[in-house]
Design a protein around this ligand. Structure first.
Ligand code: 5GP
Length: 126
């Protein structure tokens, strides 16, 4: 997969307001909303508002303001979902899938923040 961005992906459509979402938090550079098919009691997706395909695309090409905005929104989600460690939460798992081997379903960079229960092994056995 290259970094060629597909404007028809579902998260681009959410950002354009074409599809509803259950917003948790938002700032100038990022949006956080609940996963439609939650894998944990709290399962929030954080996405940049810019057109980035994957984590490595975002890490290489996003501006410092976009990166800061994205990361601060992640912190806000950890706090508001009561999973962050700063205020005594029990913790969470943050993962991002990229490309074919990462089994990425939606080609717009997103971080899964999942908590509310013990997350179990990091990945399934093969
Ligand atoms: P990936 O496999 O790309 O890391 O994860 C994509 C995630 O997006 C999945 O967990 C899936 O449940 C979620 N998802 C797919 N379509 C929608 C949608 O239309 N709305 C929301 N809120 N989540 C979606």
């Amino acid at each position: 997969m290259s970094f060629a961005y597909d404007d028809s992906n579902i998260f681009a459509r959410i950002l354009r307001g074409e599809i509803p979402n259950d917003t948790v938090a938002e700032n100038d550079h990022a949006l956080a909303f609940r996963d439609i098919s939650p894998k944990a009691p709290s399962h929030v997706l954080v996405i940049p508002k810019g057109r980035y395909v994957s984590f490595d695309d975002f890490a290489a090409n996003a501006s410092e303001a976009e990166i800061a905005g994205f990361m601060r929104l992640c912190a806000q989600v950890c706090a508001s979902e009561s999973v962050g460690l700063e205020k005594g939460g029990d913790g969470f798992r943050a993962i991002t899938n990229a490309g074919a081997h990462g089994v990425q379903e939606v080609p717009h960079f997103h971080l899964h923040i999942m908590g509310g229960a013990v997350m179990g092994p990091m990945i399934g056995t093969r």
